[in-house]
Design a protein around this ligand. Structure first.
Ligand code: IPE
Ligand code: IPE
Ligand code: MG
Length: 243
C-alpha cells in the first residue's frame, strides 16, 4: 500500500561536487560551479512540483576546515547565487530563509543573505531554506541555551519543555518536519543535517553526484517517496486505514 502523498518538506544533502570535478580532471571549484547550476535547476523544479519547503545543505560548520581558497570560492558562489536568483525568487513567490551560524559568514555574504530574506519575506508559494555554516547539534545546543535562559528568568518551568517548545527554539522553528531527505553521491550518512527535524523523514540515497542532479533526479526521488508507506509506529494495516 502506498501513501501516494507528495512530501511537504524535502531536504537535500548536496554532495559530490569534488568528485564530479575530479572525474573530469577539473579543479574542485569547477565542481562547485556546476553544483550551483544544479541548485538553480532543482529549486526551479521543486517550485514547479508545488513543494512547500525545500532545504538545501550548502555548507556545514565542519566545511570551514577546507582549504581557504575553496571556502572563499564557495562563499562567492553563494553570494552570486543570491544576487542572480533574487528576481526569479520574487517572480515565483519563493521565500528565502537561512539557517546556521550566520555570524561566522563573511559580512558581505551575511548582508546579502539578510537582504534576500527581507526582500522575499512575504512570498508564500515555496520556502527555500539554505543551511550555511550549519550543524544540527550546534543548533540543538543553541536551542537548549535559549530554553534554559527562559527558565532562569522564570518564564518557563522545566516541565513545560516539550517537543513543540524544543522545535520552536530551533532555527527551523516555523517549518514543517522533513518528509523526505535526499543525499547525493552515494554517501550514506547524515553529516549533522537536521537531526531533530528529519527524525521521522524517509531517506533517499542516490549515486548521482550533485552537479548531475536536476528536475529528473528530483522526480525520481519524489516517485520513490510516493510508494513508501509511512507508518509512524502503527502496523501496516492501521496506517493503510488512515490513508
Ligand atoms: C558538496 O560537495 C559541497 C560541499 C560540501 C560544500 P563536496 O565538495 O563535499 O564533494 P566531494 O564529497 O568532495 O565529492
Ligand atoms: C556535507 O557534505 C555538507 C554539505 C553537503 C554542505 P560533506 O561532504 O562535507 O560531508 P562529509 O564530511 O563527507 O560527511
Ligand atoms: Mg562531500
Amino acid at each position: 500500500m502506498s501513501t501516494l502523498h507528495a512530501p511537504r518538506h524535502v531536504a537535500i544533502i548536496m554532495d559530490g561536487n569534488g568528485r564530479w570535478a575530479q572525474n573530469q580532471a577539473l579543479p574542485r571549484t569547477a565542481g562547485h560551479e556546476k553544483g550551483a547550476e544544479a541548485v538553480r535547476a532543482t529549486v526551479r523544479a521543486a517550485r514547479k512540483r508545488g513543494l512547500e519547503c525545500l532545504t538545501l545543505f550548502a555548507f556545514s560548520t565542519l566545511n570551514w576546515q577546507r582549504p581557504t581558497d575553496e571556502v572563499r570560492d564557495l562563499m562567492s558562489l553563494l553570494e552570486n547565487f543570491l544576487v542572480d536568483e533574487l528576481p526569479e525568487m520574487l517572480q515565483n513567490g519563493i521565500r528565502l530563509v537561512a539557517i546556521g551560524e550566520r555570524e561566522l559568514l563573511p559580512s558581505r555574504v551575511r548582508k546579502r543573505l539578510e537582504e534576500t530574506e527581507a526582500r522575499t519575506a512575504h512570498n508564500e508559494d515555496m520556502t527555500l531554506v539554505l543551511a550555511v555554516s550549519y550543524d544540527g547539534r550546534r543548533d540543538l545546543v543553541r536551542a537548549a541555551r535559549q530554553i534554559a535562559e527562559l527558565a532562569r528568568r522564570g518564564e518557563l518551568l522545566p516541565a513545560d519543555v516539550d517537543e513543540a517548545q524544543l522545535a520552536g527554539s530551533l532555527s527551523t522553528a516555523d517549518l514543517p518536519d522533513v518528509d523526505l531527505l535526499i543525499r547525493t553521491s552515494g554517501e550514506i550518512r547524515l553529516s549533522g543535517f537536521l537531526p531533530f527535524e528529519a527524525c521521522y523523514a524517509e531517506l533517499y540515497f542516490t549515486e548521482t553526484l550533485w552537479p548531475d542532479f536536476g528536475a529528473e533526479q528530483l522526480d525520481e526521488a519524489l516517485a520513490n517517496y510516493a510508494h513508501r508507506q509511512r507508518r509512524f509506529g502503527l502496523t501496516g494495516e492501521q496506517a493503510a486505514a488512515l490513508g
